[in-house]
Structures are given as structure tokens and as C-alpha cells.
Design a protein around this ligand. Structure first.
Ligand code: GDP
Length: 344
């Protein structure tokens, strides 16, 4: 899933809080930091969410958060049907409400028909707020003064009104019966962690409902992914940070990547994962791995990647016909260009 919203509304802080509290639950090893994504396994989600997520109710491996992909790559991930970004969290600062990038995100969510929830962030800034670190929203709400509660209600109703102006009916998430016809608004604080258990609970519920079929991805097949970034790395030249949403990629595989001109056909020289706690100046910032399976983030080193584009598809050829895969990548690129024009 992806986190969208206006700059400074708290996307990064929210992800950091989820990562941070997962780590402080003593499960440091359980959080997997991929390139461009963070996987939080079911057990960890459930520890963080308390009674709101019971592991026995879910047959999902957990939650995979794409690290702030930007609207464009989100749109691409979604339009390619990648299982990674099938749900979105729209972060809205309760003090600022809707801003230009909130509008942009809403347009994309609408156009792609992506199920989403709204994280109404920074509730701790409500005048007179008495923070209850990490508490579920209803518990902390009950602890607040009448004045603080009605101040918060006022701000939340403003967000609900904005959503309504754009054709979305929404309500506080605990009143929502059907998340398909109603957007759930979850009041949270990325600073105090209030409402985070609720957010995780709602996300798990939504994932279970919407992703089950699409989660049945073929991890053994040839890998499919999307380029998040093209980056120069010392010793490797131009590399790709890729979110792999389907199949497997191996060192030595022939891949086709969308480029500024023609699709690039090249061979994977190395698959790289960031080294835990690697210091910036140390030589070895990455570990080489032999293969990576979806869903995951990975850095790909290969010759001729200079012209690769963020947002473009990456395909492992496998035992398919190379020309066929090249045509597939060309067709997808044409799609993306159309999408970009629409956005612009
Ligand atoms: P992004 O641009 O959407 O990723 O926003 P950031 O996560 O960088 O947050 C922008 C600013 O808002 C930072 O100074 C954060 O410390 C602050 N911030 C984010 N979430 C909260 C919150 O829940 N409460 C308060 N008080 N500040 C927050």
C-alpha cells in the first residue's frame, strides 16, 4: 500500500512511527527494510494493534508499505495492477485540511478506483489535547476534555465535508459499515502514536477484503516490477530501485526495462539489498543476493541503465520470447505516457 498526501502533512512521520513502534515491540528483526518499501509481518502488526488485529482472523502475511513513492509512481503502480499499491492511505493534516497535493492525490485515487482511507493526522495539536501515547483513538478520545473533543470533531467534519465536495461519502471509521461505499476517516497522531492501532486494524481489514485475490500472485514466475528511482552508485554505475510486485528475479536474468528511448534489454549483474546499519562512508553499503521474490523492493545493478525511467516497468524475460516481452514493455510505457499527460 502507498501513503499519499500534501507535503508536511506527516507521511514520513507516520511510516517512521509504524516502523519505530514495531521495533520497540521487541520485534526489530521482524521488520524488513526493502529498497523503497517496509514489510511489517502479521504478528508485529497484531502486537502493535492490540485487540484490534487478531492474527487468527487474517490469512495475509502482513502489510507492505511503499515508502512515499510520489503521486506519479503510485499512479503507475496502480495502473499496472501491481498488488503492492492496491490500497492507499491519504494523510491529511487536521489543521490544514485539503491542500493542492491532497487534491491531486484524490484525483488519482478516483481515476484508478483505489480503495483508500484517510489518516487525519496531528490530532495531538488540538488545543487542550492530553496525549495518551500509542492509545487506540476511542480510548484517548474519552480521556479528553469536552472542549478538546469538540475542537477535534470540528476539524474532522471539515475533512469529511471536503471529501463530500469531491463525491466521496465518508465518516469516522468506526461508523463505517461498508468501506467500499464509504471512506473511513481515522484520527491519528504520528507524534504520539494515538490512533495507530486503529489505522493498522482498518488497513488489515481492507487488505483482507480487497487484496486476497490479487495477493495470489505467482511468486515462482518471471519477475514484474516498477522502477521507483534510477540512481548512480559507486562501483555499480546506474542502478534501479525497483518494487517487485510479482514473480522472482535472479542475478544473471535477462530483463527488459522501460527507457527514455527504446526499451532497454540487459542482464542483471547484481541484486542488492541495503546493509542494515551500514555507514554512509563504508565501502560496502549493500549485500548481494542471488534472488528476490515478490513482493519486495530491490536494487538492480546491470549495464546500460542510464536511460531507464522512474515509473517504468521492469520484466524478467524468463523462458518467454524476448520480442514479446519488449512489446509488452512498450505497450505499458505508452500507457504511462498517456497517464502522465492526463495528470499534467
Ligand atoms: P511529509 O512531508 O508528509 O512526509 O511530512 P513529515 O512526516 O515530514 O512531517 C512534517 C512535519 O510535521 C514534521 O515537522 C513532523 O515532525 C510534523 N508532524 C508529523 N506528524 C505529526 C503529528 O502527528 N503531530 C505533530 N505535532 N507533528 C507532526
Amino acid at each position: 500500500m502507498a501513503v499519499l498526501g500534501h507535503v508536511d502533512h506527516g507521511k514520513t512521520s507516520l511510516l517512521d512511527k509504524i516502523r519505530g513502534s514495531a521495533v520497540s515491540e521487541g520485534e526489530a528483526g521482524a521488520i524488513t527494510q526493502h529498497i523503497g518499501a517496509t514489510a511489517v509481518p502479521l504478528d508485529t502488526v497484531s502486537q502493535m494493534a492490540g485487540s484490534l488485529v487478531k492474527p487468527e482472523d487474517f490469512d495475509l502475511p502482513g502489510l507492505l508499505f511503499i515508502d512515499t513513492p510520489g503521486h506519479h509512481s503510485f499512479s503507475t503502480l496502480r495502473s499496472r495492477g501491481g498488488a503492492l499499491a492496491d490500497i492507499a492511505i491519504l494523510v491529511v493534516d487536521v489543521n490544514d485540511s485539503f491542500q493542492p497535493q491532497t487534491e491531486e492525490a484524490i484525483d488519482i485515487l478516483k481515476r484508478t478506483g483505489t480503495p483508500f482511507i484517510v489518516a487525519a493526522n496531528k490530532i495531538d495539536t488540538t488545543p487542550g489535547w492530553n496525549p495518551q501515547e500509542g492509545a487506540p483513538i476511542q480510548k484517548t478520545y474519552e480521556e479528553q476534555s469536552q472542549r478538546a473533543r469538540s475542537k477535534l470533531d470540528e476539524k474532522l467534519y471539515e475533512i469529511i465535508g471536503e471529501l463530500s465536495d469531491r463525491g466521496f461519502s465518508s465518516d469516522f471509521y468506526w461508523r463505517v459499515q461498508n468501506f467500499q461505499s464509504n471512506i473511513g476517516v481515522v484520527p491519528v497522531s504520528a507524534l504520539t502514536g494515538e490512533g495507530i492501532p486503529d489505522l493498522l486494524g482498518v488497513l488489515m481489514g481492507l487488505s483482507q477484503r480487497y487484496m486476497k485475490d490479487e495477493m495470489a500472485i505467482d511468486v515462482a514466475g518471471p519477475g514484474s516490477g516498477t522502477v521507483l528511482e534510477v540512481k548512480e552508485e559507486r562501483g555499480f554505475g546506474a542502478t534501479l530501485d525497483v518494487v517487485l510486485y510479482d514473480g522472482t528475479i535472479r542475478a544473471g536474468d535477462t530483463i527488459v526495462v522501460g527507457g527514455a528511448n527504446d526499451p532497454i534489454v540487459t542482464e542483471v549483474r547484481a541484486l542488492l539489498q541495503p546493509r542494515p546499519n551500514a555507514e554512509i562512508r563504508t565501502e560496502k553499503r549493500f549485500d548481494k543476493v542471488d534472488e528476490v521474490r515478490a513482493a519486495a523492493g530491490v536494487k538492480i545493478a546491470a549495464p546500460d541503465l542510464e536511460d531507464a525511467m522512474a515509473g517504468a516497468p521492469v520484466r524478467v524475460v524468463g523462458d518467454r520470447d524476448l520480442d514479446e516481452v519488449v512489446r509488452e514493455v512498450e505497450a505499458e510505457l505508452a500507457d504511462i505516457e498517456v497517464t502522465t499527460e492526463e495528470e499534467g
